[in-house]
Design a protein around this ligand. Sequence first.
Ligand SMILES: C[S@@+](CC[C@H](N)C(=O)[O-])C[C@H]1O[C@@H](n2cnc3c(N)ncnc32)[C@H](O)[C@@H]1O
Length: 223
Amino acid sequence: MTDERSWARAADRLGTAAARDGEPTRWFEELWSAAVRDEVDTPWPRTDPMPLVAQHLAALGPGEGRRAVVVGVGLGADAQATAAHGWATTAFDISPSAIRLVTARYPDSPVEFRVADLLDLPEDLRGAFDLVVEVFTVQAMPPVVRSEAGAGLRALLRPGGEMVAVQVIRPDGAPYPEEPPWPLDEAEMRALAGDDVRLVSLDRHASSDGQWPLWSAVLRRDA
Ligand SMILES: C[S@@+](CC[C@H](N)C(=O)[O-])C[C@H]1O[C@@H](n2cnc3c(N)ncnc32)[C@H](O)[C@@H]1O
């Protein structure tokens, strides 16, 4: 891979500029549309579900048609896994180009893929879901919108609904990096709770195979 085609380098450059300009979510469509134009390699090209999500879906058992939403769907591996477990799955992304790519990747998917902004949710998504799946989306937005992002996640849950969130660990007291992602410390993970949504569990997963250490949080809205 040449530097020019590196999506990670493009993400660093575009994300840093967007944060500096006070437009925290501008860079996602910039990056995904560069991939559509074949100017950079495809970002976040994961084809398998995140193992922590797969484990959680297995533990929950069949969705039996209950409604799930995958936030910041990217290329869709977690959404496909969620639907395969029997959840009626909606998956959204702020980037129209990402939605174009994921729809092309899974043309026969039962998932409803759509454009939406976690920071400005459409009415029909509010309070609509028994399960919310969120992987690496909060940390991709600059910390200035962190509490808005948490409020958006909580707003998706219906009473009794559950959320699983996976983020990279930022050690307590460590400064934020200049470029994305901007990982979460323990206080930020705990602050995903609020508005009648309680933290059920918060676990640390050690780094393996050179991967970053991860948080997984499970939260539930009071019934
Ligand atoms: C780091 S990528 C992770 C993608 C996918 N969840 C994964 O793990 O492969 C973050 C994704 O969230 C999307 N995103 C960022 N901010 C968003 C927002 N405010 N609302 C919805 N999607 C957003 C980006 O376009 C991008 O696809």
